[in-house]
Design a protein around this ligand. Structure first.
Ligand code: NAI
Length: 334
């Protein structure tokens, strides 16, 4: 039976990288039925809606999405489609594994970090208003419910995957009430997991500690904004944003997408690296129980990186997006 998947190619480099990944997924022999929809500015042109009703209904039906990046206008315009989808479907856990690929030289070999980012609240609540001209208020929402839920997710993941340590990342020295509540929830959940070492670090210090020695950390749990920033920082450990996957997970649905954005600086040139979306699709395959296909792609991907002949520019090669996908497919068929 075919897996029904809602496909959101996105914009910018989205079309290119998602198309490459769909070709690789289809070459595994697993059957997919794609329900494809535009989102954001492209959707507005077609449907006069940034998130078309049909897209929402499709995710409600399929419960699984594979998504490319969607551009969000800066300093005005429509609100982030990415944030809206996470909130709409209560995809409260943003799971971001940071692991090196073979033969990509970086300053930090053998990094193995898990970032667990709360995905539905904090400063992403979108509650902003101008109090008087020249004064704007932006509300950071932290709730006991969402903080406990993300802490439970992180600890459960750690227990099930033999991870040893969790750090909650915060700024509770300044945001005493909001980040203080987040920490209290993490501490309460930690009590049920005595085998996991629990620590707390302030977010600015964490940035420095990560750059000095990322190996001191194992699993990091944090609210939305810190998770956004720290993920990009950690992407640099393993070769950049072209490589890092993520899963937006809720109790009923899941949407898999790269950590990176729509990269307008390289869009339409067939030079973007599809590895981040491909690795996100491996998380999707495992979510669907298609472990054999996931292993097959992962082996092929590692072989392509080991041969170093068909890599994209961001990791020192000169191959195009589609050429890279061709070589992953050729490896799978060997
Ligand atoms: P970005 O992640 O799109 O790009 C940052 C840098 O990384 C750029 O130099 C870009 O060329 C490079 N890069 C990103 N992905 C790459 C890939 N696959 N291969 C090679 N190089 C890659 O971040 P930026 O420029 O800050 O954001 C652009 C737009 O994307 C904004 O509108 C932003 O809101 C949106 N965005 C969307 C996300 C999503 O859909 N989940 C996530 C992050 C940003």
């Amino acid at each position: 039976m075919a897996h029904k998947i809602t496909l959101i190619p996105g914009d910018g480099i989205g079309h290119e990288v998602v198309k490459a990944v769909v070709r690789i997924l289809e070459a595994t022999g697993v059957k997919f039925e794609w329900e494809s929809f535009a989102a954001g500015a492209e959707a507005y042109e077609k449907y006069k809606e940034y998130i078309p009703k049909e897209l929402v209904e499709s995710i409600e039906r399929t419960r699984v999405g594979l998504k490319g990046p969607v551009t969000t206008p800066v300093g005005g315009g429509f609100a982030s489609i990415n944030v809206a989808l996470r909130q709409k479907f209560e995809l409260y856990a943003n799971f971001r594994p940071i692991k090196n690929l073979p033969h990509i030289p970086t300053r930090y070999p053998d990094v193995d970090l898990i970032i667990v980012r709360e995905n539905t609240e904090s400063l992403y609540s979108g509650l902003e208003h101008e109090v008087v001209p020249g004064v704007v208020e932006s509300l950071k929402i932290i709730t006991e419910k969402a903080s406990t839920r993300i802490a439970k997710f992180a600890f459960k993941y750690a227990r099930e995957n033999q991870r040893k340590k969790i750090h909650a990342i915060h700024k509770a020295n300044i945001m005493k009430l909001s980040d203080g509540l987040f920490l209290r929830c993490c501490r309460n959940v930690a009590k049920d997991y005595p085998e996991i070492t629990y620590g707390e670090h302030i977010v600015d210090n964490t940035c420095m500690q990560l750059v000095m020695n990322p190996y001191q950390y194992d699993t990091l749990v944090m609210e939305n904004l810190y998770g956004d920033i720290i993920s990009d920082l950690c992407a640099a450990f393993v070769g950049g944003l072209g490589l890092v996957p993520s899963a937006n997970l809720g109790d009923h649905c899941a949407i898999f997408e790269a950590v990176h954005g729509s990269a307008p600086d390289i869009a339409g040139k067939d030079i973007a690296n599809p590895t981040a979306v491909l690795r996100s699709s491996l998380l999707m395959l495992r979510h669907l129980g298609e472990n054999e296909a996931a292993d097959k792609i992962r082996t092929a991907l590692y072989n392509v990186y080991s041969h170093r002949e068909k890599l994209t520019r961001d990791v020192g090669g000169s191959a195009g997006t589609s050429e890279f996908a061709d070589s992953v497919i050729a490896e799978m068929q060997k």
